[in-house]
Ligand binder design. Structure first.
Ligand code: GAR
Length: 210
């Protein structure tokens, strides 16, 4: 079982997928706390409904990223979270956060990295006219959307897709691969060798195509 903190900024549908997989026994996680950087993040409501501790740390109340990060670290430690899942968390984290949680921060990004990093990846993909879109769960390092990839899923993109239709297709896959990646970590099957993530006992194709 992993003691997990989850950081959200918005809707929290990935958080919900994680909560649901814990609920049905397919993810061995103890969600210690959900933290949002905005008071109106719907993810906070989802956490409360599930009886999970919540906190809101408003980034706009901190003078710089470092003091905001320090407060996040404090709360996560207090909640005894060992791993941190970013689930639609739209703030860049500094070494103040990433050093104490080195190798234990996981992110989901709505594109097949290293394509389309950064903001509005769904729009980037639809606008570019890609034929394969997708999502990526990866460990977080100090470069944005860059760390070792744990799992990816591809979905088709069609000529008549827009940001919304493509985004919905991607999101459905996000909800499958994020709990899966976390479960591999919970089972202590994940090893990082350079840029490669090796998942013990998973078939060679797991984590590449769904
Ligand atoms: C998800 O599509 C997630 O991949 C994306 O934000 C959305 C959050 O949805 N994250 C990023 O773009 C990070 N750069 P959710 O709040 O419903 O989980």
């Amino acid at each position: 079982t992993i003691a997990l903190g989850v950081l959200v900024s918005g809707s929290g549908s990935n958080l919900q997928a994680i909560i649901d997989r814990v609920g049905d026994g397919s993810l061995d996680a103890d969600i210690r706390i959900v933290i949002a950087n905005k008071p109106d993040a719907q993810g906070l409501e989802r956490a409360r409904k599930a009886g999970i501790a919540t906190a809101c740390v408003r980034h706009d109340e901190f003078p710089e990223r470092e003091s905001f990060d320090r407060e996040l670290v404090r709360l996560l430690r207090e909640a005894e979270a060992r791993f941190v899942a970013l689930a639609g968390f739209m703030r860049i984290l500094t070494p103040v956060f990433l050093t104490p949680f080195a190798g234990r921060v996981i992110n989901i990004h709505p594109a097949l990295l290293p394509a389309c990093p950064g903001l509005r990846a769904q729009e980037q993909q639809a606008g570019h006219g890609v034929r394969l879109a997708g999502c990526t769960v990866h460990f977080v390092d100090e470069e944005m959307d860059h760390g070792p990839i744990i799992i990816q899923a591809a979905v088709p993109a069609y000529a008549d897709d827009d940001e919304a239709t493509l985004g919905a297709r991607i999101l459905e896959m996000e909800h499958r691969i994020y709990p899966q990646a976390l479960q591999w970590i919970a089972q202590d099957r994940v090893q990082v060798v350079g840029r490669q993530v090796v998942v013990r006992g998973a078939s060679r194709t797991m984590g590449t195509l769904w």
